[in-house]
Write a protein that binds this ligand. Sequence first.
Ligand code: UDP
Length: 249
Amino acid sequence: MNNIINFMGIRLMNYTMSEAIDSIVDKANRRSSTAVAFINADCVNKFNNLKYYKSLKYMDYIFADGIGIKIASMIFGNSVRDNVNGTDMFPFLLERCEQCDLSVYFYGADEKTVNKLVMNLSEQYKELDIVGHHSGYTEKNDEAKLIKTIQEKKPQIIFVAKGAPLQEEWMSQNRDHFPDSVMIGVGGLFDFYSGRIKRAPKILRLVKLEWLYRLYCEPTRLWRRYILGNPIFLLRVIYHKLFGGKNEV
Ligand code: UDP
């Protein structure tokens, strides 16, 4: 089976969750410079942002996050094997990090959230080697200092949680600074695992309606993303199917 799908010009790795975790752990074990992103329907709506679209070309692994990408792939004649999203991957990946003694760094979200995240994870994963953390609201002037700090800590995995497109742009701009690390863009994940925002009940996740719960929790911030974004995404996919567009991989 072909493990790479051309998704509107983006190389999508058609992995199962466990294959994706194995690949990340393998790269981290070998200290091989790697950038990882997840794309969902909202990310596709940002493809017009050329800086973002180009930054995705610098990613080594892009995984299919959510039902939107699955449906779109079907429309394009491909079958996505699994929903490989960062939020579901995170606990399994951390377990493997613990077992394999991989060091991790957390960069993103506001100060209080990232502090709470690290507190929770230190309690839950007693053997996890957390080498540092930093809020994602860095002043441009402080960037160089932050990069130097992370370099000194030499994490094998850097979780970057600044949301798309910021995190992908940050990873593509800075990957040369971290030749020994795997960087993973994980969006709002720190908000969930810090407990700041509750994840949707399992039943909603099973019926692929997690987005509805997120909308219910943060309507002011997210109504555009989902109420306008979902139909726009579908129209975009249908347009692409009919008229083509970005096809290079
Ligand atoms: N964020 C950040 N720095 C910024 C802007 C956003 O660290 O300059 C964080 C924000 O606090 C939140 C995450 O990035 O934790 C974005 O969450 P969102 O749910 O929008 O991301 P998604 O998962 O949808 O990409």
